[in-house]
Structure formats: C-alpha cells, structure tokens
Design a protein around this ligand. Structure first.
Ligand SMILES: *Cc1c(COP(=O)(O)O)cnc(C)c1O
Length: 367
C-alpha cells in the first residue's frame, strides 16, 4: 500500500496547535473504530444525521445538533439558517439574497479569515465597533444575524457576548458563535447556547479529535431543521459540504470520548511539559523560555514561548521554524515574531515532548 513514506511526504510532530495545515489532530482508536464500523454498511444518511444529532444534542445539553463538514461549513449553514428562519422562501435563492434580510453584523475586532463563510451565503457584512450603542444602531429590518468570535481574554476589551445576546434578543436577531477552536473547556459545548446564542459551531477535527473534515452545529432545533432541505444529500447551498456516514459516527464517538476525558490530567501534562521545556531551554545562551497562558485560541492550556536573540544564535525565529521542519523527525512549532516562537504541548503524543526538547537543544545552541 502506498503510504506517506512512499509518497515522500514526511510525518510531522505537531508542537504548533490543532492547525488544519498539519492535519488538525489525530483521531483516537475509538473514533477510528466508529468510522471503520460505519464504513461497513449502507444506511439512510438523513436518518443517520437525525439519530446522531439527537444523541449529540442530549449529551451536550443542546436542543438540537447537526454534524457538519467543519466549523467553516457550519458558519455558512448557520448564516443560511438565520435567513431561512424568517424567510423560508430563500431556500433555493442563495446566494442571491437581495430580497431578504441579508445583513450580518460582525465586530471589527473579531474579524478573521473564517468570517468569509458568512459572505459565501450571500449575506453582506455590517462591520461595527464593539459597543452596545453601535450594535443597537446597526440592527435594522435587514439584519439576519450577528456573528460572535470568542477571542479568549481579549474579549474583556469589548462588548461581551452576554450583552450582544441581550440586545439581539430584544429584536429577535439570532447570534451565531464561531466556537471552532473553543474546546477545551468542554463546558463550551453547552455554554454559548445556554447563554442564548442560536447556534454554536465547533470543529470536529481540532481538540475533539473527531474526523478532520467534521464539525458540530449545536443549538436551536428550528434553525437546524431549516437547513436540512439544502444540505447533503439534498441539493442546494449546503450540498458541497458533504458529511459521510463515517464522519457522522466518528464525530459522535469523539463527543462521547471528550465528555469522559480526564481533562485535569491532560492539563497537568501540558503544564509539566511547558515547565520541562522552560527548564531545558533557559540555560542556553541567547534563549529565554516562559509559560504563556492561555493559548492563542483562548483555550485554558499553557504553551511555552521561546524568545531567541538572533545576535547570539546567528538565526531568527523564522529560520528556526524552518530548521524544526527540516529536522529529522520534522517538528512544526508555532511562529510568533522575528525573535520568538511557541512550543505547544496540546497536540503532542506522550513521549514526543522529549524529541522536541532534544531538537531544541540541538537547534538553539549558539554556533
Ligand atoms: C479552525 C477555525 C475555523 C474552521 O474550522 P474547520 O473545522 O477547519 O472548518 C473557523 N473559525 C475559527 C476561529 C477557527 O479557528
């Protein structure tokens, strides 16, 4: 069988994060087993999507759940649902939404490459500052939804999600949360929707460690019902975001596993690994390492920030990022600035932290 090696594609140790660029995450055996089993028989896909959704909804304390082909696809479908819940006529009209409520409110400080998914639906952005008055002024008869992207501790600078939901509720405007990378903590599976968000979208292939091409849409039943007619295997806007029986069963197994996971033990591993990296690297000339918390997605897990003096080491942090990838075995670290990068323990397999440490000792030694 042709494998990665035969193809000349080198496996990478992931000390970066659950980034899609390197495959997101690794599926644990129970997820692979569920996918394997699902691959062995034909089923009615719509029946399966409903049944899996019922169980995921129950497990996560949500009214309804739907397996998507990823959080980005989930944002497209959630945006569509926000139009459909007031205009069932829009069903076959995407992305030509001129005749409908076609505006999505989005906060300037939360802009990110994934909000393009909203536009794909045919909605236009109304970009505003993060203040209550700006939100109240932006809501009109044309508003379809407000999009919220949690940014961890930086949310403090802005209007809060609770305030957004309160204001949006007064005007019957759904709030959609892009929670793609908001696991851990596991409680986020119900927190955003309990707060009153209409839908929250999660990646199945990040910390959940489900199939890489899966995601969860959690929240209001009427919204989720509204997108079924345009989603796989039906035709329309959602048809390209195909979710197979294997992904559905894999996503379910991943949720079941995640809810039972010893999250405290996992946090301890990340803390201990971060401490170990700092202790190993700090004695090196021209290198300083420290614990950074929370991580870039606002997840409550530590990483190690490594700051380097190019004057001493003779190379920049960017050079080092490349050196790590060329190292045998290849290691992906998270780029940060000209003089720093991160080592993230959250995607390491136990034991790999020692390989990463040894690579650091080799590559960060002054010439
Ligand atoms: C990863 C990510 C996405 C995309 O998720 P996929 O499951 O890969 O489609 C969307 N939004 C944010 C903020 C993300 O971090």
């Amino acid at each position: 069988m042709t494998d990665y090696k035969t193809l000349g594609v080198r496996p990478v140790i992931n000390a970066f994060a659950t980034v899609t660029k390197y495959g997101g995450s690794l599926m644990p055996p129970e997820v692979i087993a569920a996918m394997n089993e699902a691959a062995g028989a034909f089923v009615d896909l719509q029946q399966l999507q409903r049944a899996v959704g019922e169980v995921i909804a129950e497990l996560t304390g949500n009214e309804a759940a739907y397996v998507t082909s990823g959080a980005a696809a989930g944002i497209v479908l959630a945006a569509a649902a926000s139009v459909l819940h007031k205009n069932p006529d829009a069903l076959k009209r995407f992305p030509d939404l001129g005749a409908f409520n076609n505006e999505a409110i989005i906060f300037r400080s939360q802009r990110n490459p994934y909000d393009y998914s909203i536009k794909q639906t045919g909605l236009t952005y109304i970009e505003i500052e993060g203040a209550s008055a700006a939100l109240r002024a932006a809501i009109t008869a044309r508003t379809a939804c407000a999009l919220w992207f949690p940014r961890g501790e930086r949310d403090e600078e802005d209007i809060t999600l609770a305030e957004v939901i309160a204001i949006a509720n007064e005007r019957d405007i759904p709030v959609i949360v892009d929670a793609a990378a908001q696991l851990p903590p596991v409680e986020n599976l119900w927190r955003f929707t309990e707060m009153g968000a209409s839908l929250a979208l999660f990646s199945g292939g990040k910390d959940l460690r489900g199939p890489q091409s899966s995601g969860l849409m959690l929240g209001r039943r009427d919204f989720i019902e509204s997108i079924r007619p345009i989603s796989n295997p039906n035709h329309g806007l959602g048809r390209p975001f195909k979710v197979g029986k294997e992904e559905m069963m894999g996503a379910l197994a991943a949720v079941e596993r995640y809810l039972k996971l010893d999250h405290a033990a996992r946090e301890r591993y990340c803390e201990e690994t971060t401490r170990m990296f700092c202790a190993a690297l700090n004695p090196l000339p021209g290198v300083r390492a420290e614990r950074a918390f929370p991580n870039e997605a606002g997840q409550p897990l530590p990483r190690c920030r490594v700051m380097v003096d190019p004057g001493v080491l003779g190379k920049s942090a960017a050079d080092l990022v490349t050196d790590f990838l060329r190292h045998e075995p290849a290691i992906a670290v998270a780029p940060d600035s000209d003089t720093s990068f991160f080592l993230n323990p959250m995607t390491l397999n136990p034991g790999e932290e020692l390989i990463v440490r040894d690579a650091c000792l080799k590559l960060l030694s002054a010439p």
